[in-house]
Design a protein around this ligand. Structure first.
Ligand code: 0YR
Ligand code: MG
Length: 370
């Protein structure tokens, strides 16, 4: 039975002090989250992912402690989906927000419920979700050659990731002010590594039709697996038009904060690679619903790693639509059982729970006042 909740905010430094994509420049990854205490020895941990702005992080932890906590005290944790419905179908909260702060807070609360359920069952979450050993989940690495790094650094990073660390797939950012620079960077990676590396590209919502159509059309010449978030996040019609014009498949989902929003994109054919983020769209519970929807439409799911894959590895092992999952190493050192990647594939977590148990020393070192 749930007895109390305690929120936290961690700000963990990113690689090399600062990274940038086409729309954001950040120094820390933010983890507003919550510990859920029970009348057993088990404690559940969950968090969402932000760009570490303390004031907006506090809106999320306030939402948890002021609005969700009282709905959970006294509840049993055997059925996270039942509790998810109690939290999500909540008229006062739906009035003030059906996406954003309320759903990120919901994610941060849903994940510890799954964490607790698996801890009670003494098994890793992928088993609780029906996963079996043997399936391979590939990791692709996004932590190379951010847009604030030079083309030489990009090539060096891809070399380290593929030749030293064993990744077969990497994602690089695009959306430089000068489109020729984007093409030159993609060409440099393709030339340096030939067909041995799978390249994904990510414009983080930067581009517009028709201004950037030429750059978008070039991507096919470099055998780019997907272009992620080519247009602004809410532009369903624009993505549909684009999908008809360019050959490179479209990936998106990290900025869609509800099942309904995914349903719009999927049913209107504006997306090929579906990228739910369980830390941003209402937790494991709602992300699983999106995975099922994608499966019905025969679309591959490649989750966006707002949790740096730490929790979503469990969902990825368990769900038949997922074979590829994003990885960024920023927060891995914070967990009792850090994720491990071997020759470009995730190892299976072994500890009971959702992989979210945070080390005390990380709470101390990176914790900010809620
Ligand atoms: C930095 N992954 C992403 C980072 C990353 C963002 O803004 O949050 O680039 O989450 O788009 O696919
Ligand atoms: Mg992205």
């Amino acid at each position: 039975m749930i007895t109390s909740l305690e929120t936290f905010i961690l700000h963990v430094p990113v690689t090399r002090n600062r990274i940038a994509d086409s729309t954001h420049s950040i120094t820390h990854w933010g983890m507003p989250g919550v510990k859920i205490m029970t009348d057993s020895e088990h404690v559940g941990y969950g968090f969402t992912g932000t760009h570490a702005h303390l004031d907006s992080d506090r809106l999320i932890t306030d939402c948890i402690s002021n609005c969700y906590a009282e709905l959970l005290i006294g509840e049993e944790i055997d059925d996270p989906r039942k509790l998810w419905k109690k939290l999500a179908h909540n008229p006062p909260l739906q009035w003030v927000g059906r996406a954003g702060i309320t759903t990120m807070a919901l994610a941060a609360v849903d994940i510890p419920l799954w964490d607790l359920k698996s801890k009670y069952r003494e098994e890793p979450l992928w088993q609780t979700l029906g996963g079996v050993s043997g399936k391979k989940v590939e990791a692709y690495n996004t932590d190379g050659g951010w847009l604030n790094f030079s083309q030489d650094m990009l090539v060096d990073d891809v070399k380290r990731l593929t030749q030293e660390e064993g990744y077969k797939s990497i994602k690089m950012k695009v959306g430089k002010p000068d489109p020729n620079e984007d093409i030159a960077r993609i060409e440099a990676v393709r030339k340096a590594f030939g067909e041995n590396v799978r390249i994904m590209t990510d414009a983080n919502g930067r581009w517009r039709i028709p201004q950037n159509i030429e750059t978008l059309s070039y991507l096919k010449d470099y055998d780019v697996t997907w272009i992620e978030e080519p247009l602004w996040h809410d532009d369903v019609a624009g993505h549909c038009r684009l999908a008809e014009i360019i050959e490179t498949p479209i990936a998106l989902g990290e900025m869609l904060y509800s099942f309904a929003h995914f349903n719009e994109f999927i049913s209107s054919c504006g997306v090929k690679y579906v990228q739910p983020d369980a830390t941003r769209l209402g937790g494991i519970t709602e992300a699983l619903d999106v995975c099922d929807l994608a499966y019905e439409h025969e679309l591959p799911v490649t989750p966006h790693a707002g949790d740096m894959a730490q929790t979503q590895i469990h969902m990825s092992i368990a769900h038949q639509s997922i074979e590829l999952l994003e990885f960024i190493p920023w927060i891995t050192h914070c967990f009792e059982e850090p994720l491990k990647i071997n020759s470009g594939y995730f190892e299976y977590p072994q500890m009971p729970g959702a992989g979210t148990t945070i080390k005390n020393e990380c709470m101390q070192e990176f914790g900010r006042k809620v």
